[in-house]
Design a protein around this ligand. Structure first.
Ligand code: ACO
Length: 333
């Protein structure tokens, strides 16, 4: 059976760190509130006005290609999960293709907010499993600082910038992506959204005055849905694959809130020592969180390790993926 496996990872984080202490200078907040309510201590920010999501995605992909020891010409397709594309069109994937010089590749962007990377991974895996492609680049990248209102304390403390990339290739071995669940429910779209700049509310003086070009979130409401949906979908994928907490090497959760992650881990019957975390250092990087976790923990992973990936985000969108890791350690680093 031809399966799709992650065979390399790469990442990029802007150098500029914004600590909670810095945030205290911008809005009425404090380190204690941010840490206890979210688990975040600092986040990264891409301050260079000439650089955006495609830059971070390209750098993450470059690292990956170097580690895997292949060239950009070997890539068949590029999928970029993002809600902060450089521009409405062309796609971020097109810009990444040009930056890399990936002469044989096609590509597109995928918009599913914080579930974007999981949806993109599922799509990329299908292209490989079907036999259509040998090497698909799946990237999760967001420059959240471009859509955050830094006068709104309820959202600005939560998000950061960053990108992670994985390579998906075929395998005949007993590893790779085994199962996935994807869900969307648009009925609650308005409690987590950015309405400005699309075809319904094109950019006008009025749309700027109404602050429609910033992310809006009713955090309390989203929290209630997220905590239930992420735990449910993680339990569902374990059940239908006959997994217990003992079988799982790592939960790789979307990093929106430590309390949501903790509830998911408890429902799965695993301790926090088996949960990949980067929220403390990077905040919520939207489509970037899961591949950034994989990059951070790569050296601890062994071939055959069972991983459960889980996410919840705007849309609403949510999902989980069960995979067996396909290689040992951190090759080519
Ligand atoms: N500093 C200090 N106080 C604050 C801050 C802040 N930065 N932000 C809000 N508060 C205040 C509020 O005003 C409120 O005060 P009030 O009771 O006087 O009205 C109080 O703190 C509690 O606010 P809540 O919103 O109830 O706080 P909560 O405990 O719910 O935490 C949070 C807020 C962290 C946003 C949480 O609701 C959450 O994590 N929600 C889910 C986020 C999520 O999963 N998003 C999906 C992914 S994102 C994506 O898809 C792009």
């Amino acid at each position: 059976m031809r399966r799709a496996a992650i065979t390399a990872v790469g990442h990029f984080l802007p150098e500029d760190r914004v600590t909670n202490a810095e945030m205290e200078k911008w809005v009425e907040t404090n380190d204690e509130w941010i840490r206890t309510r979210t688990g975040i201590a600092e986040r990264r920010m891409l301050r260079d006005p000439g650089k955006a999501t495609a830059h971070m995605a390209t750098e993450a992909a470059r690292t990956l290609l170097r580690k895997r020891g292949i060239g950009a010409d070997d890539i068949d397709a590029i999928i970029v999960a993002t809600v902060t594309p450089d521009m409405m069109f062309p796609s971020t994937a097109a810009l990444v293709q040009a930056n890399l010089g990936a002469s044989k590749a096609w590509g597109f962007d995928l918009s599913a907010a914080c579930s974007g990377f999981l949806f993109a991974l599922s799509t990329g895996a299908s292209l490989v499993e079907s036999g259509r492609h040998e090497k698909v680049l799946v990237i999760g990248a967001d420059k959240m600082s471009s859509i955050i209102d830094y006068t709104d304390r309820t959202t600005c403390v939560l998000f950061g910038d960053g990108a992670g990339a994985v390579l998906v290739e075929p395998t005949e071995e007993d590893c790779g992506i085994i199962d996935s669940i994807e869900r969307v429910d648009g009925s609650n779209w308005s409690i987590l959204c950015m309405t400005g700049g699309g075809s319904l509310h094109p950019s006008t003086h009025e749309s700027v005055d109404r602050r429609l070009h910033f992310l809006h979130q009713d955090g309390r409401h989203v929290f209630r849905y997220a905590v239930q949906a992420m735990a449910d979908v993680s339990a569902e994928i374990m059940e239908r694959n006959g997994l217990t907490g003992d079988d799982v090497r790592f939960l790789v959760p979307h990093q929106a809130n430590l309390r949501i992650i903790d509830a998911t881990a408890r429902r799965m019957g695993i301790g926090m020592d088996k949960v990949m975390l980067n929220i403390e250092r990077y905040g919520n990087t939207t489509a970037g969180t899961i591949p950034l976790c994989l990059a951070d923990f790569e050296s601890q992973l062994r071939k055959g390790d069972n991983l459960v990936l889980a996410a919840f985000g705007g849309g609403f969108t949510w999902g989980s993926t069960y995979l067996k890791w396909a290689y040992d350690g951190k090759p080519g680093a």
